[in-house]
Design a protein around this ligand. Structure first.
Ligand SMILES: *Cc1c(COP(=O)(O)O)cnc(C)c1O
Length: 420
């Protein structure tokens, strides 16, 4: 996907046609910067590959839930994949439609189910019998039938980081493959549920197509059994998880990935069913960067540190998954490089953004942390009472502030001292 939305022009990093230096000066740092063109290109890679096929794409909201980002997709008639009632509210506020939204997640509350039923979501992706029972009861209490799919755990190895692999037997997600047929029978017997599909989601940052084809084959085995038992499977939802290039990974091109999956389903004689995709990272990951300013250089006995004004509370992925993000100077210097760990001001040794990076930097310089559009701002916190960063969207030579920087007063506005 488009990394070229962020490129150096005459030695200065630009977001589309806007200099990152001017963005940092105008909005301060740390600052998330998104490119509308990059979001649009990634969406069109999916939509283009689905054109003329029975397939639809649901943007996984949890990867980046900023209203402007969701609105860019909603304007292109995207569907959405949500994992909470809060995300449903965001989709609706961003101009998305409930009838194009699927509701995933392992622990939906009765209140979330009720709100989603009233809004009219397209499908509930259910993960257990107790969840089926609860949904049946909630639907009955408001006189509705809930459309359901079961998230089946196909027990395939997506060969990714253990924290982001979700399709193995040992994961908390999905109905075990061996229990799936019986669980479908249970669902079909519930009066206020209507079985309409089957789904899976095997992990994240997957850089090969093969695990998807294995998962599809497993799901199709079940589809025959489910229909033999009398239910109808109108759609097959293959989940999200396609990887992006952070460093030197070589994930399949989005179009190739989509067509390979659709062709497999066709070839197995299931081309009459609709296929759903639920991409998150591959739509937004390389459409965003995090700008940060160097506070200090701190030479050490074993390591040299660049201390920047962004921290693990702004971008948790390195601390949480030891994830790699490319880090580069916004303005290139010709001075010799040194090797540094790039770290934030938070009081944790886990507070780092990059390790062993060759950089030519001085205090006050701006750095760009690349590929920060997915699981970046959405995972940020107020740890150390740090206000969360601002977010801007660049569109050609225009810039829109799409989330104001928090101020400290906001952070404890809901708190109270004890009475005197
Ligand atoms: C997180 C998630 C996705 C999106 O995953 P990516 O790796 O960001 O593509 C899709 N579907 C479900 C059910 C998810 O939990």
């Amino acid at each position: 996907m488009t990394r070229s939305a962020f490129a150096h022009v005459d030695g200065v990093l630009h977001a589309e046609r806007v200099s990152a230096v001017s963005l940092a000066e105008r909005f301060g740092t740390p600052l998330y910067v998104y490119s509308r063109a990059a979001l649009t290109d990634a969406w069109q890679a999916y939509a283009g590959a689905c054109a003329g096929r029975r397939a639809s794409v649901h943007v996984a909201v949890k990867a980046n839930s900023n209203l402007a980002v969701l609105n860019v997709f909603a304007r292109m008639n995207a569907g959405f994949d949500i994992v909470s009632g809060g995300e449903l509210a965001r989709v609706l506020a961003a101009g998305g439609k409930a009838e194009n939204t699927v509701f995933s997640g392992v622990g939906k509350s009765a209140a979330e189910m009720r709100d989603a039923l009233v809004a009219g979501v397209k499908c509930f992706n259910v993960e257990s019998i107790p969840e089926l029972d609860r949904l049946n009861e909630v639907a009955g209490s408001i006189g509705k039938r809930a459309p359901v799919s079961l998230r089946v755990n196909p027990d395939v190895d997506a060969k990714t980081h253990p924290y982001i692999s979700t399709g193995l037997k040992s994961n908390k997600f999905g109905v075990a493959f061996d229990d799936a047929r019986a669980t479908y029978r249970a669902a079909a017997a519930m009066r206020h549920l209507e079985v309409i599909g089957i789904d899976c989601h095997i992990g994240s940052q997957i850089t090969e197509v093969a695990p998807y084809l294995d998962a599809v084959d497993r799901l199709l085995e079940l589809v025959a059994q489910i229909e033999a038992d009398g239910a109808t499977v109108r759609h097959i939802d293959v989940g999200g998880g396609l990887g992006i290039t952070y460093d030197n990974e070589t994930p399949p091109d989005i179009g190739v990935f989509v067509r390979t999956v659709l062709d497999r389903i066709d070839a197995r004689g299931h081309g009459h069913r609709e296929v759903y995709f639920e991409p998150g990272r591959s739509l937004v990951g390389n459409a965003g960067i995090l700008l940060t300013r160097v506070e200090f250089l701190k030479p050490g006995a074993e390591k040299n540190f660049v201390i920047v004004d962004a921290a693990m509370n702004d971008l948790a992925r390195p601390a949480m998954y030891e994830a790699y993000h490319a880090i580069e100077p916004v303005v290139m210097r010709s001075a010799p490089q040194q090797v540094y760990d790039v770290v934030g001001p938070v009081c944790e040794s886990g507070d780092w953004l990059g390790r062993d990076r060759a950089l030519a930097v001085e205090p006050g310089d701006l750095l760009a942390v690349r590929s920060a559009g997915a699981y970046g701002f959405v995972m940020s916190s107020n740890y150390n009472t740090r206000p969360r960063a601002a977010e801007v969207m660049v569109d050609g030579d225009k810039v829109h502030l799409v989330r104001a920087r928090e101020d400290v007063q906001q952070l404890f506005a809901g708190e109270a001292r004890l009475p005197d």
